[in-house]
Design a binder for this molecule. Structure first.
Ligand SMILES: Cc1cc2nc3c(=O)[nH]c(=O)nc-3n(C[C@H](O)[C@H](O)[C@H](O)COP(=O)(O)O)c2cc1C
Length: 218
């Protein structure tokens, strides 16, 4: 059983299968899954103009979060921007059509319900990835997995021939086997070794986070 406290002691693939998860203090399941739809608007609009062949795509949740209080910028967003700055890559944020709750417990409930239901929450804007050969893909670990809205994004794109470099922030679980989940979702992509940074480090020890990013990028 994965509890909120056990985030701190879990590593990598030791994270449990989603079905077995229960997170007292991170919200109990409160009934039906949140509304979810894969019918995303495929607007061309994006903050990223396709000038580079490399892009950082990320999802991140500001608001109340584990070990950091209420934050204005999500932990993963901080790391995503470090990577974009260092590589000169474009930057694209996956924004769900329906925002996740700001409160930590409430967000945990919604995320767990989505995971249990295999939901694919819609995202607000899409981006044409055709011209990008390298994608840095960032996400927080949610219940030992990618947030379901990230799967929605991944399943909406053709990944054949692209290089994907996963990175995550977390509260103790590390990458939780998400590299192989990305590989089996993004057929034909080459998935590199991922980077995991504790959310508290990204938020509160930026020099340390930057050093980890720099070492990973080589
Ligand atoms: C819904 C939810 C579920 C989470 N599940 C896990 C988990 O299974 N393992 C873990 O290490 N951290 C978990 N966390 C903590 C986040 O991964 C961590 O705080 C991360 O840095 C948040 O990144 P963000 O600010 O970019 O969203 C969870 C947080 C939330 C909100």
């Amino acid at each position: 059983m994965l509890t909120r406290r056990s985030f701190l002691s879990l590593t990598g693939a030791a994270v449990l299968g989603a079905a077995a998860l229960a997170l007292p203090g991170c919200g109990e399941s409160r009934g039906a899954a949140s509304s979810a739809s894969a019918s995303n608007a495929t607007a061309a609009s994006s903050s990223a103009a396709a000038k580079s062949d490399t892009i950082v795509v990320y999802f991140s949740h500001a608001g109340e979060n584990y070990g950091v209080g209420v934050i204005e910028e999500g932990n993963t967003a901080i790391v995503a921007k470090m990577i974009a700055e260092k590589t000169g890559a474009d930057l694209f944020e996956i924004v769900p059509s329906e925002a996740y709750p700001e409160g930590y417990d409430e967000c945990c409930d919604v995320a767990l319900n989505e995971q249990n239901a295999g939901a694919r929450p819609a995202f607000a804007q899409d981006i044409d990835l055709t011209s990008y050969s390298t994608v840095y893909l960032g996400y927080p670990i949610w219940w030992g997995d990618l947030p379901m809205c990230v799967y929605t994004f991944l399943e909406a794109h053709d990944w054949a021939g692209k290089d994907i470099h996963p990175f995550c922030t977390h509260a103790g679980s590390g990458l939780s086997g998400t590299e192989s989940k990305i590989a089996s979702t993004c057929l034909g992509a080459n998935v590199g070794q991922g980077l995991s940074i504790a959310g508290t480090t990204a938020q509160n020890s930026r020099d340390q986070a930057q050093a980890a990013v720099d070492a990973w990028l080589g």
